[in-house]
Design a protein around this ligand. Structure first.
Ligand code: URP
Ligand code: ZN
Ligand code: ZN
Ligand code: ZN
Length: 454
């Protein structure tokens, strides 16, 4: 297949310019003014549209055994939803729970994805315990191109690891040149505060945030940064939610710790009052770290525009309303997570670029390029450049619409962003040269998505 995309405004690598793009097979082969169309080319007119590199979501959960249940998407539903929102690559966390060993987990997770995804994907290797076999498996997986680890300082008794294991993971990562991504909340503090609140009869979803307040996350962030510093590894704080934790991360960066920071779209746009709604309406908005006081939004947006926050991900983690009811009598039993894989970039464009909080260049960087650089995908992904994969988003900034679960492609029965207005959407999305979304419809191929070795 040959594509010639004419007259669009390319936004990539901090630059904006008008040029045509020629795609042959899976690759961008030429960028220039007034390129002539080969006889076999499909010509796409992108007048009035932006052309972005395919978006990369570095934090999603597709298969997730968690809190006595499973997240609801499959790679088919998750990848179609991702593509509808312009995401052409996602990185899922592979995290064996309970007695499953990491080597068995690798088989479970890759079998679930293989032949099922319409977009490309890769894995952060979750380290949920530490022993000799874990270390041997990690070395093997890194040699096979899985160049990021994921650890949880939270979720005691489930995914969480202790400080000895954290030290070993960071030390191995430093040796192998692998980046360590971390969920930073102090698990013991969370557990103590949960027990205290429940003992006081405070069982509703409005108590989720007070059970893991900002200080608990700031402590976790500083704690993780110290381990990164002591081992000389590279670190990445996932879903940082508030100004106090941001300060902890920036302080570490200032003293030279190699630490990148991610925010997720719910923390930029929603606040804790959503989780204070009655009954299951509040449970829909329970995630960890929790939705915070709205006063944090400004600090997060400003740090994002300055590049002190590197990436915007989703932490896509869909549980339906029936699953959210599991916590009716006890907020600690509400499955944690909010779905967003389809809506991340449109929300960031609308409430960032369109509302003048974010430059177009920084938008592209945060939603695509920076993740590609941090996770070893650049310049194959994350850039509109000759030789790169032809993962392209032809974006219509004149589209107007509204988010609703009724029209979503995610496998869920509610949206955390129901009724949010959108000021743009991808009109055409390509995955390695194949048109996968056209006029807001999925037209791609399930099973075409590849496991990306980095
Ligand atoms: O609430 C959340 N974030 N659920 C998914 C698991 C995690 O912590 O990323
Ligand atoms: Zn997390
Ligand atoms: Zn600590
Ligand atoms: Zn997550």
């Amino acid at each position: 297949m040959t594509l010639l995309i004419q007259n669009g405004e390319i936004v990539s690598d901090g630059q904006r310019y008008r040029a045509d793009i020629l795609v042959k097979g899976e690759t961008i082969t030429q960028i220039g003014e007034q390129l002539s169309a080969p006889a076999d080319a499909r010509v796409i007119d992108a007048s009035g549209k932006y052309i972005f590199p395919g978006f990369i979501d570095p934090h999603v959960h597709i298969h997730l055994p968690f809190m006595g249940t499973f997240a609801k998407d499959t790679h088919t539903t998750g990848s179609i939803a991702a593509l509808m929102g312009g995401t052409t690559t996602y990185i899922e966390m592979l995290a064996p729970a309970g007695s499953e060993r990491l080597s068995a987990g690798w088989k479970t997770w890759t079998d679930l994805a293989e032949g099922k995804s319409a977009c490309d994907y890769s894995f952060h290797i979750g380290v949920t315990r530490w022993d000799k076999t874990t270390e041997a498996t990690l070395r093997k997986l890194v040699a096979q191109g899985m160049k990021s680890f994921k650890v949880f300082l939270a979720y005691k008794g489930a995914f969480g690891i202790d400080d000895n294991a954290l030290y070993q993971v960071c030390k191995l990562a430093a040796e192998l040149g692998v980046i360590v991504t971390a969920h930073c909340e102090n698990a013991d503090l969370v557990s103590q505060l949960q027990q205290k609140l429940l003992a006081e009869g405070k069982t509703g979803s409005e108590w989720h945030e007070p059970s893991r307040p900002e200080g608990v996350e700031a402590e976790g962030t500083a704690h993780f940064a110290t381990f990164i510093e002591m081992t000389g590894a590279r670190g990445y704080v996932v879903h940082l939610s508030n100004a106090r934790s941001l300060e902890a991360a920036l302080e570490a960066k200032e003293r030279g710790v190699d630490l990148a920071v991610e925010v997720v779209i719910p923390h930029l746009l929603l606040d804790k009052t959503y989780a204070e709604r009655e009954g299951v309406e509040g449970a829909k908005y329970v995630m960890s770290p929790p939705l915070r006081d709205r006063g944090n939004h400004r600090a997060l947006w400003e740090a994002l525009e300055r590049g002190q926050i590197d990436t915007v991900a989703t932490d896509h983690c869909p549980f339906d309303v029936a699953q959210k009811h599991m916590g009716d009598d006890d907020f600690t039993k509400i499955p944690n997570g909010i779905p967003a894989i389809e809506d991340r970039a449109n929300l960031l464009y609308t409430y960032g670029v369109s509302r003048s909080r974010l430059s177009l260049e920084r938008f592209v960087d945060a939603v695509s390029t920076r993740a590609a650089q941090l996770f070893g995908l650049y310049p194959r992904k994350g850039t509109v450049s000759v030789g790169s994969d032809a993962d392209l988003v032809i974006y219509d900034p004149h589209y107007r619409g509204t988010i609703s679960a009724a029209t979503s492609h995610m496998n869920n029965d509610y949206s955390g962003f129901e009724g949010f207005e959108l000021d743009g959407r991808p009109e055409i999305v390509t995955v390695r040269g194949e048109v996968a979304v056209e006029n807001g419809e999925f037209v791609g191929t399930v099973g075409r998505g590849e496991l990306l070795r980095r």
